[in-house]
Design a protein around this ligand. Sequence first.
Ligand code: NAP
Length: 242
Amino acid sequence: MNKVVIVTGGSRGIGAAIVEELANANYNVILNYYNSENEANTIKNILTNCGKTVEIYKADVRNREEVKGLINFAIEKFGRIDVLINNAGICQSKLFTDLTDDDWNNMIQTNLTSVFYTTQEALRYMVSRKEGCIINISSIYGITGASCEAHYSAAKAGVDGITKSLAKELGPSNIRVNSIAPGAIDTDMNKFLTVEERKELNNEIPLERMGKPEEIASCAKWLIENEYTTGQVISVNGGWLF
Ligand code: NAP
């Protein structure tokens, strides 16, 4: 049977590119979405019409019960989970001194606690099979820090901490855990940038452009397929900020 992969936040941007890459490589894909039902259905229809297997499931990754529903859905449909890709995330640009408790809590819940929930629930099915692969989409800002994104950077640094710890804890169970820490990728997350700001950003990046979602997706596929890589934070960033 083809490998079964769950992609959180698979309705748009990087997650959607990962869904497409893996469905086209004949993985059985469960696309998790939250608000973007139309986008999720469109992706499913396009890929299903090409003979690929994609199921969609609505769940708010901030909510333990909804995450349980997502994992149960995967098990009911396919009987196992081979790969979990924790991609769902939000960003917010705000002075640290202006952050409210709600800003902080929502950022940590969406970008960090969600990884705790999904990974713990999926591991119930991976550990018993002694096989699994977990990929966390963190961020270059978790490594470098970013002005006006302290809560985002803290959450993403936390994700990389989970990655490194679980790689050690789960290696003996033949479960690999890695992070991809993207640089600036051209998705809705960066649509607030003006033309001028995009130009300035491109000038800071040695490869002189933002990355494409597909360039993160191909790294995810490589991480699934390379069976001796674990505990790594791979920054796909065009040479930016290092
Ligand atoms: P995006 O285009 O804004 O897409 C975000 C995705 O996350 C959407 O599919 C959205 O689903 C989902 N999502 C958000 N909150 C959710 C929730 N509570 N429950 C379930 N799904 C939720 O962002 P992106 O650029 O593709 O980012 C994907 C990941 O890459 C994020 O973790 C982000 O931090 C990371 N990243 C991005 C960049 C970048 O430059 N773009 C750089 C570094 C890291 P719905 O629309 O269905 O709600």
